[in-house]
Ligand binder design. Structure first.
Ligand SMILES: NC(=O)c1ccc[n+]([C@@H]2O[C@H](COP(=O)([O-])OP(=O)(O)OC[C@H]3O[C@@H](n4cnc5c(N)ncnc54)[C@H](OP(=O)(O)O)[C@@H]3O)[C@@H](O)[C@H]2O)c1
Length: 250
């Protein structure tokens, strides 16, 4: 998959899946805009990838004006935006509903759900004017069933999946490709936090059960190709052997 001449903005690019996606998209020739709150981490990664191919944009996706500013910075740096990867997300604080702090619960919704809307809202006008673009969102199996002590996370991921469906419904005919990817469990900081909670069966998985973030990056790259067009408006699962085969992971 050659991404030369394409520009991708990746949220949550400071580590984990987002950082792996940034490296993979850059290797495929794309210019990448790296968005996260940790300014130093995205600056380091932009330095590693190379100044002419990457730009670091410190941004908290829970604030719309910051996301709008990030998209403007990306377009100023590279002249366009072809791909948005809505990847940034959080799982803490993990808590049963009867004990959850309402303020903290709402902050997870602000990042995992409103942050996805903010990304879509900010890039869609730009992409529509360009004649098209791809909007990928990292979903989760948690969107489809309850997981103990994850009411914030499950609700946010279910809502984010609906945003992919909405983006597709309203914009497919105008060239927007919106898709969601449920990666399965991935060896990142988020799984360390889940393990430390010790609350549900996912926290008791062995570290070797998780896939590397590079596999998710490979799937995201594949989702930018026409080969994924039959899944527009939908969520694909990286647990699905057929999808792994199509991505080239098996
Ligand atoms: N790991 C898994 O097993 C798994 C499974 C299913 C889905 N996912 C999803 O995959 C995505 C990436 O997670 P990961 O596993 O790579 O976790 P991670 O290593 O904890 O990375 C999360 C990323 O999100 C960024 N982020 C968090 N809040 C943000 C905010 N308000 N504004 C901007 N960036 C923010 C973090 O950067 P800063 O802290 O620097 O802002 C970090 O770069 C998430 O959406 C997660 O829900 C993960």
């Amino acid at each position: 998959m050659d991404m030369t001449g394409k520009v991708a903005m990746i949220t949550g690019a400071s580590r984990g899946i987002g950082a792996a996606a940034a490296r993979r998209f850059a290797k495929a020739g794309a210019k990448v805009a790296l968005v996260a709150r940790s300014a130093e981490a995205v600056a380091d990664l932009a330095g590693e990838i190379g100044g002419d191919q990457a730009v670091a944009i410190p941004c908290d996706i829970s604030r719309y004006w910051e996301v709008e500013h990030a998209v403007r910075n990306c377009v100023t740096a590279f002249g366009r935006i072809d791909v948005l990867i809505n990847n940034a997300g959080v799982i803490e604080p993990i808590a049963h509903m009867a004990e959850a702090d309402p303020e903290s619960w709402g902050q997870v919704i602000d990042i995992n759900l409103k942050g996805v809307f903010h990304g879509m809202r900010a890039v869609l006008p730009e992409m529509l004017e360009q004649g098209g673009g791809t909007v990928l969102t990292i979903g989760s199996g948690a969107a489809h069933g309850p997981v103990e002590a994850w009411s914030h996370y499950c609700a946010s991921k279910a809502g984010a999946l609906m945003l992919t469906r909405m983006a597709d419904k309203e914009n497919r005919e105008r060239g927007i490709r919106a898709l969601s990817l449920s990666p399965g469990t991935v060896a990142t900081q988020m799984q360390r936090e889940i393990k430390a909670s010790g609350v549900n069966p996912i926290s008791r998985l062995d570290w070797s059960d998780h896939i590397p973030p590079e596999w998710v990056a490979e799937a995201l790259l594949w989702m930018c190709s026409d080969a994924a067009d039959s899944y527009l408006g939908d969520e694909i699962s990286l647990r699905d052997p057929e999808i792994r085969g199509k991505v080239g992971l098996s």
